[in-house]
Design a protein around this ligand. Structure first.
Ligand code: MG
Length: 159
């Protein structure tokens, strides 16, 4: 067994898309980022890379590269999953917490789970997504941005 943890945060700005867990969410603001700003998927990628001992998302997909400008983060996630497959690492489960004061994310969680499970090639009940606020405290509470935390468990060679 190998455990991994990931964290990411992005800043809100007007006239940007808000994409979380591969789902576009209607909101008056979106994430500032080199990619589509899917903070949830970025935290998940870092957890997977961390568990595999493969560094971090910035090392694999540098934001200085035009190749990743506005890229759909699901493409990055599927690339990370392929790296794990090459090393015979199977994903046991993922548990993700998204911290956002607004918008309400709960209605979108089932679609996020389905999409992430498809990209991870595991059942949706192995992908848990929780949404929380910080009751107005800190940068997420002031609506300046969104943060996400992810923990994953990998199994080596079918253990
Ligand atoms: Mg990011």
């Amino acid at each position: 067994m190998r455990i991994g943890h990931g964290y990411d945060a992005h800043r809100f700005a007007p006239e940007r898309r808000l994409v979380l867990g591969g789902v576009e969410i209607p909101h008056d603001r979106g994430m500032v980022a080199h990619s589509d700003g899917d903070v949830l998927i970025h935290a998940l990628c870092d957890a997977l890379l961390g568990a595999a001992g493969l560094g971090d998302i910035g090392g694999h997909f540098p934001d200085s590269s035009a190749d990743f400008k506005d890229i759909d983060s699901r493409i990055l996630l599927r690339h990370v999953v392929a790296l794990l497959n090459e090393r015979a690492l199977a994903i046991s489960n993922a548990d993700i917490t998204v911290v956002a004061q607004a918008p309400k994310l709960k209605p979108h969680v089932p679609a996020m789970r389905e999409r992430l499970a498809a990209d991870l090639c595991i059942a949706a009940d192995r992908v848990n997504i929780k949404a929380t606020t910080t009751e107005g405290m800190g940068f997420t509470g002031r609506g300046e941005g969104i943060a996400a935390y992810a923990v994953v468990l990998l199994k080596e060679n079918g253990e």
